[in-house]
Design a binder for this molecule. Structure first.
Ligand SMILES: Cc1ncc(COP(=O)(O)O)c(C=O)c1O
Length: 423
């Protein structure tokens, strides 16, 4: 099988030329936001240079702007596996989640229940927790802390027909990489007569999303996590949108997908989002063989290429991540967090290093041009439950398709040096 062409992928990212004190920058901060390929940068700049206008006008730049918005919905639909009118855009996932919680919360009664998880980013907890002020009851599904996986028996007991009205679960943990079975969660929600909401922000960089197969009502993600600009995307199943009243101005379109979009859209961001999705499709076109048997039958055009692109990236990243975990685990003082090797997980690797607060380790690595994140990454509940608050949380190295084996070897060497410095 032809290998993943990491040299081609890297050639697309101007930022990869950056150095820190003579060392090439290693961008292991992807779960916080990836780098952007040149075509995305050009699309954003190109929109502002030649098409910039508000939408809905009777002149050429406004018509072009409307066309960008329509094209972004088609690209979003190819990314998520839905129809263009089921794709809405917003400032970011968090803002969209608040709008969604308002819309769903308005139609519920005191005593109705919402199920969230202790594993999730606060953006998929806070918007639901604020519904407590309306008398809704929020139930938190626990996590098996030894494996950082959802406690499924407890989750299943919490989703109760007639009582539960919303089930909100992350597709993947941005803190430790656990991939949740959101198809099962959506089915449980459906059977209970509840809406299902999936936070796919972390997963979106790590695997193809098929909202039809997941069977959820709503799914949210952010383009800046998959090579795009700072724009949030939301899939809202057409029938689900029809049942709720999103917060909107009386002057705003009442039809989906516009009904979810407050104020003037980030048109240049939409132009960049199209280019980001086209970039993933480009990777897919070049690596169809790597996607192999995992590429479902019946897909066409850009959707097929996007799915192939995501599969190819994971086929490249997963063995690198496994190798990285093995090497880090062999370093004295390193503790890895995350699910067992045979469980679904993203290529995001989190650890602590004895003798160092997470921030101290991240600073020392950053000084060597190794850009890793430290802290709780807003997955504050999980980090609290893991008892890591006093240690400054976790150190997180995230792989992206532009990550190389050499960069990971530099990381292992640097962590090894830090470990030795403590002995
Ligand atoms: C899993 C997860 N959910 C939600 C968010 C919030 O996304 P946004 O920054 O688009 O609001 C993040 C951001 O890191 C995330 O990783």
């Amino acid at each position: 099988m032809p290998p993943f062409d990491v040299a081609y992928v890297r050639s697309q990212f101007p930022a990869l030329g950056r150095t820190v004190d003579g060392q090439p920058a290693a961008y292991l901060d992807g779960p916080g936001g990836t780098q952007t390929p040149k075509r995305v940068i050009d699309a954003v700049g190109g929109y502002l240079a030649t098409h910039n206008a508000n939408g809905g006008g009777r002149f050429v730049t406004s018509e072009e702007t409307d066309a960008v918005q329509a094209a972004a919905r088609r690209a979003g639909a190819d990314f998520l596996g839905c129809e263009p009118d089921e794709v809405s855009f917003g400032a970011n996932m968090t803002t969209l989640a608040y709008l969604l919680s308002e819309a769903l919360g308005r139609s519920l009664q005191p005593g109705d229940e919402v199920v969230i998880s202790a594993l999730d980013h606060e953006a998929n907890r806070g918007p639901w927790l604020q519904l407590e002020a309306r008398g809704l009851v929020i139930r938190e599904a626990p996590v098996d802390l030894a494996t950082c996986t959802l406690d499924w028996p407890a989750f299943e007991q919490l989703v109760r027909p007639g009582r539960t009205k919303i089930v909100a679960l992350g597709y993947a943990s941005n803190a430790v990489g656990t991939v949740n079975d959101v198809t099962r969660a959506s089915e449980l929600a459906r059977d209970a007569g509840a809406w299902s909401v999936v936070d796919a922000v972390h997963y979106a960089l790590h695997g193809p999303i098929d909202v039809m197969a997941v069977g959820c009502d709503f799914l949210l993600c952010s383009a800046y996590k998959f090579f795009g600009p700072h724009v949030g995307l939301m899939y809202a199943r057409r029938e689900a949108t029809a049942q709720v009243e999103p917060l909107r101005l009386s002057t705003q379109h009442s039809e989906p997908p516009f009904v979810w979009e407050t104020g003037t859209p980030n048109f240049e961001g939409l132009a960049g989002t199209i280019a980001a999705i086209d970039f993933i499709a480009d990777i897919g076109e070049r690596h169809m063989a790597l996607a192999g048997d995992r590429l479902p039958d019946g897909l066409r055009g850009r959707r097929r290429a996007v799915v192939a692109g995501m599969l190819a990236c994971e086929a490249y990243e997963q063995p690198l991540a496994t190798h990285l975990r093995r090497q880090l685990a062999a370093i004295p003082g390193v503790t890895l967090y995350g699910p067992p090797e045979d469980s679904p997980r993203t290529s995001t690797v989190s650890f602590t290093l004895d003798g160092f607060l997470a921030g101290e380790a991240a600073q020392a690595l950053g000084d060597r041009g190794l850009f890793v994140w430290d802290g709780d990454f807003y997955a504050a509940r999980l980090v609290e439950l893991l008892g890591l608050v006093d240690r400054g949380g976790l150190v997180r190295a995230g792989l992206a398709p532009y990550t190389t084996q050499g960069e990971l070897e530099r990381l292992v060497t640097a962590v090894g040096d830090l470990s030795r410095s403590m002995r």
